[in-house]
Design a protein around this ligand. Structure first.
Ligand SMILES: NC(=O)c1ccc[n+]([C@@H]2O[C@H](COP(=O)([O-])OP(=O)(O)OC[C@H]3O[C@@H](n4cnc5c(N)ncnc54)[C@H](OP(=O)(O)O)[C@@H]3O)[C@@H](O)[C@H]2O)c1
Length: 358
């Protein structure tokens, strides 16, 4: 921290979330971006891979090995690597005393055995001690634990929308936690820069494609985080759909009310929990162009728009949430969590107004 700013490295910086991290971090007054790694583009200017950064950084991609990153004398490292890769990096980086912000799922689940069930690992997580130290990087739920945290597991993108939008009504006991149904729509950037054939433009355009209809991985973290709020198991049926958007996630959750509930009580649950949250907007309007959350109005921002409607006929609560998957769903939330961990104002480098129209 020689310059008075934290020295930061982004590992996996050629990818989609890596590029978004660079976009945010070059505007962060408290950090100095000293390293961005890539195996494929080593030595190349970062702006040649992320053209939006032309004129904003002269950084070139450096070696993507643990030793070369450690030699950069950094304080903070963001791991924007595929699932199953961060686990190779974290133990050594942790031992070196760095603050680690991991965007993968490798340290999100608290139960070591859950990785066998949800991620198909042959054995339980090999570092249960590090798992217990990892803080789930969602400031709205874990702000106190994040202060000073050295290992941050950034939440999954669709899980973020589902957890944040459902947490207040779960915590307030308004809904039956044995059966919550979450339907998600996700954009193509969610599949990363090395997407499989079905996510290439000709195969993705015009698509509203259900996938991993049951047992999607994000189910595990949604159940974990909602369960932690009430110290009881929560059961979630989660189904995602790939849609023809570049950025954005919309979740529509269906929960059944535990008693007859009027609107003010639901509003109260949200305002009690999120009244002072800088990135949460409650959207339920009778006039104007936006009546409910819509991805169109959050793109480029770290916001979560949340809305709801009560279905008195079926005793059902419908909860809606819209986020930009690369911002609140990944890199924005990662920077937000880092801000809390290092003691910066939480909105530092994150107060973008959404692009409109997009
Ligand atoms: N995309 C999203 O909306 C989103 C949201 C939340 C969380 N996440 C998570 O964030 C992580 C990154 O996702 P992404 O979408 O940015 O993926 P991505 O676009 O595929 O980028 C990952 C980068 O990691 C590097 N990489 C791949 N394998 C590696 C290895 N074995 N060792 C070192 N570097 C390796 C690659 O760069 P080089 O080949 O150039 O080295 C690649 O550009 C994933 O764990 C993902 O699940 C993504």
């Amino acid at each position: 921290m020689a310059s008075g700013r934290y020295r930061v490295c982004v590992v996996g910086a050629s990818g989609v979330t890596g590029g978004e991290l660079l976009r945010l971090l070059i505007n962060h007054p408290g950090v100095e971006l000293v390293c961005a790694t890539s195996r494929e583009f080593r030595g190349e200017y970062v702006f040649r891979v992320h053209p939006n950064l032309r004129g904003r950084t002269e950084l070139t991609f450096s070696d993507s090995t643990i030793d070369s990153v450690l030699k950069k004398d950094i304080d903070v490292v963001f791991l924007a690597l595929p699932h199953g890769q961060s686990i190779e990096w974290v133990p050594k980086l942790y031992e070196a005393g760095l603050t680690i912000v991991d965007l993968s799922a490798d340290f999100r689940l608290k139960d070591p055995k859950a990785y066998v069930e949800w991620y198909g690992w042959e054995k339980p997580h090999p570092y249960p001690d590090l798992l217990s130290k990892a803080v789930y990087g969602m400031p709205e739920l874990h702000r106190e634990e994040l202060k000073g945290a050295k290992l941050i597991a950034v939440p999954g993108c669709m899980a973020t929308a589902a957890i944040i939008s459902l947490a207040p009504v779960v915590k307030a006991g308004l809904v039956d936690t044995d059966r919550i149904v979450v339907d998600a729509k996700i954009s193509s950037s969610g599949a990363g820069a090395h997407a499989p054939r079905l996510d290439l433009h000709p195969f993705r355009t015009y698509v509203i494609r259900p996938y991993e209809v049951v047992h999607h991985r994000h189910t595990a973290e949604i159940e974990q985080e909602l369960g932690l709020l009430i110290n009881r198991q929560v059961r979630v049926a989660f189904t995602p759909h790939a849609v023809d958007l570049v950025r954005g996630i919309l979740t529509t959750s269906h929960a059944w009310l535990t008693k007859p509930v009027q609107e003010p009580e639901v509003w109260r649950a949200y305002r009690t929990m999120y009244g002072n949250e800088p990135f949460i907007r409650l959207v339920k309007d009778r006039a104007g162009f936006q009546r409910y959350p819509d991805v169109k109005y959050v793109i480029g921002s770290n916001l979560v728009d949340i809305g709801f409607e009560i279905d008195t006929r079926l005793n059902r609560l419908v909860v809606l949430a819209a986020i930009d998957n690369l911002m609140k769903g990944a890199s924005g939330q990662a920077v937000q969590a880092m801000n809390v961990a290092l003691g910066f104002p939480e909105t530092t480098a994150l107060d973008q107004v959404p692009l409109y129209p997009v």
